[in-house]
Write a protein that binds this ligand. Structure first.
Ligand code: ATP
Length: 347
């Protein structure tokens, strides 16, 4: 029942197509991040799953049950879906325990059972002892934990998060990332998590669905998305790296030999790339060495653990990014050894 399937799902608002024929399955118990730039349709997808909007085309299924198509929609309260928003949607005049218990009261659960259940979910989100605090006496991170606890107490098998960390500072964000993983581990709920923060998506989810302009570009594990992006848009949106032009020399199995400015390197590839291709080179797969791609240092920026160094290859406009433990002088000529490369399909 808690598998979510969207089929050819579209949503139009007047002239705007917010979602454009997306098909995607969220397996039962999976944690999927919907990742993409502002306006790509992530929130619209979430609202269609929750039942706050009706599809223009296509349908939404939970397991085998049809929950929405353009003509019929199960109301949100009948879907047993928990939703955690960026704005906490808590009642400021109630205390923590009252906010968390609200879904049980709405379902007329016996009041004798409520305190123990409130305590159990506050324990999961790390807020035991805060029962009597008013919402306006809590920090942003604590409020988000209350919203999460309220969602957990309803025992929703599907939980939707809409940029829940957008209002929190960096330190709190990382502690909340741990809290979300814990919730997923303890509940086994199917989670769909909307974010435009690629680091958050890679850290949290077991699957990442990258969207652009209302369409799905790729849905895969974080490792596949990062190492083998389906196209140049995904490569550009997720992680740092350089897309370098080269010419295919030959191809064997899953590996192609690519010539870049007279230097040959082995690159992973799908299918049989031919002619001119774009190769993705991530900074951690590049090292200054005695032999390799000839390049000239453009600049070096101190990033804390490493210096991020930009290098120009001999062909104009071809730039590499590497992480170096030492600063390199502008104008210095170096060679770059490549330990991993990926031929980006269609690029
Ligand atoms: P963000 O990260 O900025 O929240 P998003 O990826 O969640 O963006 P959506 O909120 O799904 O994007 O919006 C997708 C597109 O649909 C945008 O162009 C948006 O302006 C438009 N849109 C969303 N809701 C409505 C609405 N109620 N009426 C008209 N247009 C809308």
């Amino acid at each position: 029942m808690s598998e979510i399937r969207v089929e050819f799902l579209s949503k139009r608002y007047g002239e705007t197509t917010a979602l454009d024929g997306v098909s995607l399955t969220f397996p039962e118990g999976s944690f999927t991040a919907l990742l993409g730039p502002s306006g790509c349709g992530k929130t619209t997808m979430l609202r269609l799953i929750a039942g706050f909007e009706a599809p223009s085309e296509g349908r939404v299924l939970f397991g085998k049950m049809l929950v929405a198509d353009p003509t019929r929609q199960l109301p949100p309260e009948a879907r047993n879906v928990g939703v955690v928003f960026q704005s906490y949607a808590l009642w400021p005049h109630m205390d923590v325990a009252e906010n968390v218990a609200y879904p049980l009261k709405a379902r007329h659960v016996s009041s004798a059972d409520i305190p123990a259940r409130v305590a159990a979910v506050l324990d999961i989100v790390g807020l035991r002892g805060f029962e009597k605090r008013r919402i306006d006496e809590l920090s942003g991170g604590q409020r988000q934990r209350v919203a999460l606890a309220r969602c957990l107490i309803a025992e929703a098998r599907i939980i939707l998060f809409d940029e829940p960390l957008a209002n929190l500072d960096m330190h709190l964000r990382s502690s909340m990332v741990d809290a979300f993983r814990e919730v997923h581990r303890r509940t086994g709920a199917t989670i769909v998590y909307v974010t435009h923060d690629q680091a958050e998506a890679l850290a949290l989810a077991d699957r990442v669905a990258v969207m652009s302009k209302g369409q799905l570009l790729q849905a895969a594990t974080p490792q596949e998305i990062y190492r083998s992006p389906a196209d140049a848009a995904v490569a550009g949106f997720v992680g740092r790296g350089s897309l370098i032009s080269g010419n295919t020399v030959n191809h064997s199995g899953q590996t192609s030999t690519i010539d870049i400015a007279g230097h040959r390197l082995a690159a992973r590839s799908h299918g049989e790339p031919k002619g001119t291709v774009k190769v993705l080179l991530r900074p951690e797969a590049l090292h200054i060495a005695a032999d390799g791609l000839p390049a000239t240092v453009l600049d070096s920026v101190y990033r804390g653990p490493v210096h991020e160094v930009r290098l120009a290859l001999s062909e104009p406009g071809q730039l590499l990014l590497i992480d170096s433990t030492e600063a390199l002088a502008t104008g210095q000529r170096v060679h770059v050894a490549v330990s991993d490369a990926w031929v980006v399909p269609g690029a």
